[in-house]
Design a protein around this ligand. Structure first.
Ligand SMILES: Nc1ncnc2c1ncn2[C@@H]1O[C@H](COP(=O)(O)OP(=O)(O)OP(=O)(O)O)[C@@H](O)[C@H]1O
Ligand SMILES: [Mg+2]
Length: 252
């Protein structure tokens, strides 16, 4: 059965895109069929896997019935990727106001789901229509978090949104898959960092995943050269940490 994961945090720069891409490629290394969906108008995932953002079609066309979902699936080193682009911003109002609005992504994915073991959706840093669409379409939510000041900003609203989506039966089976700390080497040593990590464990218990992603320069560099970490630096701590995380996720 296919598992659909939304990678969400309303806070920017917490490694949502880095995690979506590298958990996806780690799952692919483990023999799984993977689709990555870029749902962020910044199109960082699209660019990082090497798809141009001036491609004529992107996810916003499928969401507005301008193309079929199969028209925007790109094959990139063994993983399928649905690209994004700036038109997601221009069409946000139209999509929010259409009858199918937040359920359209779910119905699009339903048409192609069976081909994959895992579908990972990279969300924008907000709780707008696109993130809500991902929460409606997913089975589990994974939250990357950085143990820095303001780390909790927006998180309680996200957790509240997940409970509303569940309780109002918009997506009754939605689960919090887990929260994991990213870019963590420096933060884990500071008093503030330690406090944030222990608060997270107090509030979310076993939903705080055991694997943390260490700060790793190869992860940074791999993005600059538009490669996943397994092609760029397979022996790096970044590659090891994301593999450990992918295994923890599939075994949980
Ligand atoms: N473990 C890590 N070690 C070093 N750098 C990292 C690590 N994880 C992420 N980064 C860097 O942090 C920056 C932000 O990462 P990323 O773009 O994945 O965050 P994001 O949450 O998707 O951001 P946005 O909210 O803008 O979409 C990038 O430059 C990335 O290379
Ligand atoms: Mg991003």
């Amino acid at each position: 059965m296919t598992n659909v994961f939304a990678i969400v945090n309303a806070k920017g720069g917490v490694a949502k895109t880095t995690s979506t891409m590298n958990i996806g490629y780690a799952l692919n290394k483990l023999g799984k069929k993977v689709l990555l969906v870029d749902l962020d108008a910044q199109a960082n995932l699209t660019l990082t896997v090497g798809i141009r953002t001036d491609e004529s079609l992107n996810i916003s066309d499928a969401l507005t019935d301008g193309c079929k979902i199969t028209d925007i699936i790109h094959k990139v080193n063994g993983v399928d990727v649905i690209n994004s682009g700036r038109t997601l911003i221009e069409r946000e109002h139209t999509i929010s106001n259409s009858i199918t609005g937040a359920v359209k992504l779910k119905s699009l994915l339903k048409k192609i789901k069976d081909k994959y073991d895992y579908i990972l959706i990279d969300c924008p840093p907000s709780l707008g229509i696109y993130t809500v669409s991902a929460l409606v379409a997913c089975d589990s939510v994974y939250i990357p978090m950085v143990a820095e000041p303001y780390a909790w900003d927006g998180l309680s609203r996200l957790l509240e949104t997940i409970s509303i989506i569940k309780e109002e039966e918009i997506n009754p089976n939605i689960k919090l898959g887990g929260l994991f700390f990213t870019n963590n080497s420096k933060n884990a040593q500071t008093i503030l960092g330690k406090t944030i990590i222990s608060e997270a464990k107090e509030q979310l218990g076993e939903k705080v995943l055991k694997t943390t992603i260490r700060t790793n320069v190869s992860l940074n560099e791999s993005i600059a050269v538009k490669q996943n970490i397994y092609d760029y630096a397979p022996e790096s701590n970044g590659a090891k940490d994301y593999m450990k995380l992918a295994k923890e996720i599939i075994n949980s």
